[in-house]
Structures are given as structure tokens and as C-alpha cells.
Ligand binder design. Sequence first.
Ligand code: SIN
Length: 302
Amino acid sequence: MPDLSVTLSGIKLDNPVIPASGTFGYGAEFKDFYDINILGSFSFKGTTKEPRFGNPTPRVAECVSGMINSVGLQNPGIDAVINEELPRIATYFKKPVIANIGGFSVDEFVYCAERLSVSEQVGIIEVNISCPNLHKGGVNFGSDPKAAAEVTAAVRKATNKPIYLKLSPNVESITEIAKACEDAGADGISLINTLLGMRIDIKTRKPVIANKMGGFSGRAIFPVALRMVYEVSKAVKIPIIGMGGVASAENVIEMMMAGASAVQVGAENLRNPYACKEIIEALPRVMAELKIDRLRDIVGVA
Ligand code: SIN
């Protein structure tokens, strides 16, 4: 039997496949397609202190091999996530989840981390310092090593849960940011968030997205994500969750060979709601073809 299990900060996952934040909601819609307990875990929609409607519409644009979003962290706020979503998740998902948090100040990140710390269902807190769709907060914390370290250190003090900082590719040096997070106490790094992109409707001569620009994700960004996972894995000792354009079992294996200990699947869930199920089911066959007995043995072999 091939062994698909991996470990993230002491948490054993049956396999490395994790739907990415913002592409899987709280799992409720996807559980009607398949039993989501086959997943390694899932990262739920980025949660902020206050509820957010998000950015004005239209906020998505289709692209060849991907899409652009400018959702703007639409979410019901930390109170609703703790009082309604997490108890609901517990009825249909029996594994630890990854709680993704966003913020407009260090205090907001700290507040959300503190509140989520008491939930048994939360295995890892994923700190999103890379949202490209906010006029303040978001990537502003993730594009400067000092600011990234400040958020990391503050969240580190606020919780005993493992914290993974989610990083942006839209920076001068992602390795410098990753190292700053590691030095400030991060348990792991998630990368990459979306690449800043834009479309123009040539008939209206206006940007397609109301906010003009947004985050580009999907299959097209896989080689960029892979390169960044590779570079960061050489620069830090903490585990990496790799993501960006992952759409197949082969992509999962490639990400792990680049240095990822687990892998998130994002935009592909929006194209095919069965994507993660199909990837998990295909992994044993692809592992057999490649003579891989234990998936965790290939982390960083490239
Ligand atoms: C969004 O809600 O704008 C997307 C989240 C992100 O890219 O971090």
C-alpha cells in the first residue's frame, strides 16, 4: 500500500491534499459532491475581525488557464465563524482544519488568532499577509520583511496553535520575507498567493474588474509557484505548504519534490468541484508509476 501521509507541525494528515482558502468556503457546498473527510485538511475562507461584504462587483475575470479575483476578503467575521461555521464544520468534517485569518492591523491578526486558539477543530492558523485586493492591510504586511516579522511575532505570542504565514509572490524577495517570518517564530510558510493581474474589456474600454486589478491564479501560475516553493525551501527550515496552479496528482508530486510538505489546490476547485477527490484517488497510481512508496520521502528531493 503506498503511504500518502504527511505531517505538518506534528499534525498527521492522511494525504497532502488541502483545498486552498477562498476556493472551498467552509466545505459545506463541497460535502454535497463527495465525503470531504478524504482530504488531508482544508483551509477555510479568510476570516477578519469584522464581517466584510468584500469589493464591488464585478470581481472575477476569466483568463486562459486561470482567473483573476478581487473578492476583497468577503467573510462573515470572526464571531460568526466561531459561533456558527466551526460548530457546523464539526458536524461533517472530522479532522483538524486550517483557519485562514486576515487583518488590517497587527491587533486584528492577534485578535482573530486568540479567538480561534480555543477551537479544538483548528489545527493550524494560516496568517494571510498576502491578499492583493485590499487598499490597506493584506499584502502591505507581506511585502516588507520587518512588517511580516512584526505580524508573525505578535500572532506567535497570541496562540499555541502552529502558525503558517501565507506569502505573496508580488514582492521583491519572497525568500527574505519567508526568513523574516521563520526568525519571528512562524511554524511554517504557505506559498504562493495570487499574482497581481488585470483584464480590459476592449468593447467598453474599461477594466473588467471593478477594483481594476486582482489576483491571478489557476494552472498558468504553476511554474512560478513551483520556482518560489523551491527557492523558499532552500532558505528556511520550517515546513512549506505549496500552492499555485495545482491541478493533478503529478503537480502535487512535483510541488513536493520542490520542497513542499503538503499542497493546496485552489482555482481548480472552482473549475471542477471534484478536483481534490480526483487528485487523491490518482496519487497511488502515479506514485506506483514513479516507484514512490512514501510520499513524505520525496519532499525537497529536486
Ligand atoms: C480575496 O478575498 O480578495 C482573496 C484573498 C487573497 O487573495 O488573499
